[in-house]
Design a protein around this ligand. Structure first.
Ligand code: CA
Length: 246
């Protein structure tokens, strides 16, 4: 398709150094221009099952070619997965299966990020790292209200308590950002097992490696160097110039 960027991607999900079960799941659906990181909620029952259900909800599907229709379809599937996980929960127990989900969709020269929870999407453009998603955590809400600073939030003992997730309530709100794609854009989707122990400046430096596989490995290694207390998942997606111009 003329003008459609070539895509190169890499992804890895790692249990980290302290947990025996990897509750994160990732999906690289390159042929469909779609990628997803899901982080099953620790402290809830079967977090790994919940994140795998989120991936399964997209793995078998083909999304519309039209950008707007595809964005709507991804949002609809988020709602369906939320409903499915909510219905699968034990009504006698407060412990519902829950998971975060952050998705990247690319069509032609546009991209969209959709998310629920604190798994993040970043864009690495012209050497700068910009966070596209906003964490759905109780602490981030206090930052948004001006009650806490971003630095307070980073060190806050409750920093990982989610205000939104898939599967923990009968309805969920999905946030969406979308913009134009530029040649050389690199996207990072990741779970909080990366962004907890590894700060944004170190992530920015490691994303400077042009090889996405090597960059993904170095991000996971950085989490390990910091103790890797949680499961660590990363997906890197590069938009390359198409032959014949972009
Ligand atoms: Ca996690």
């Amino acid at each position: 398709m003329s003008g459609t960027p070539l895509i190169r991607n890499a992804g890895s999900s790692d249990p980290g150094l302290k947990r025996s079960v990897n509750e994160d799941s990732i999906l690289l659906h390159e042929d469909h221009g779609f990628w997803l990181v899901a982080d099953g909620m620790g402290g809830h029952e079967r977090g790994d099952v919940a994140s795998q259900a989120a991936v399964a909800g997209f793995a078998a599907c083909s999304l519309p070619a039209d950008f707007e229709s595809a964005v709507q379809e991804v949002a609809n599937r988020f709602y369906q997965i939320n409903h499915q996980l909510w219905e699968a929960g034990d009504p006698a127990s407060a412990a519902h299966m829950g998971t975060t989900a952050v998705a990247l969709l690319i069509r032609d020269k546009r991209f969209a990020v959709l998310w629920v929870g604190d798994s993040r999407a970043y864009i690495f453009r012209s050497g700068g790292l910009f966070q596209l998603s906003t964490d759905h955590t109780q602490v981030q809400e206090l930052v948004d209200e001006g009650i806490l600073t971003q630095e307070d939030a980073r060190n806050h003992p409750m920093s990982h308590v989610l205000s939104r997730a898939l599967g923990v309530a009968p309805a969920v709100q999905v946030d969406i950002v979308q913009d134009q794609l530029e040649v050389g854009d690199r996207f990072l989707l990741c779970s909080d097992g990366l962004t907890g122990p590894v700060d944004d400046n170190q992530i920015r430096i490691l994303l400077g490696n042009p090889d996405p596989h090597a960059a993904a490995r170095s991000l996971i290694a950085a989490a390990h160097d910091a103790g890797a207390p949680d499961n660590v998942s990363v997906i890197i997606v590069d938009a390359l110039p198409p032959t014949g111009g972009f």
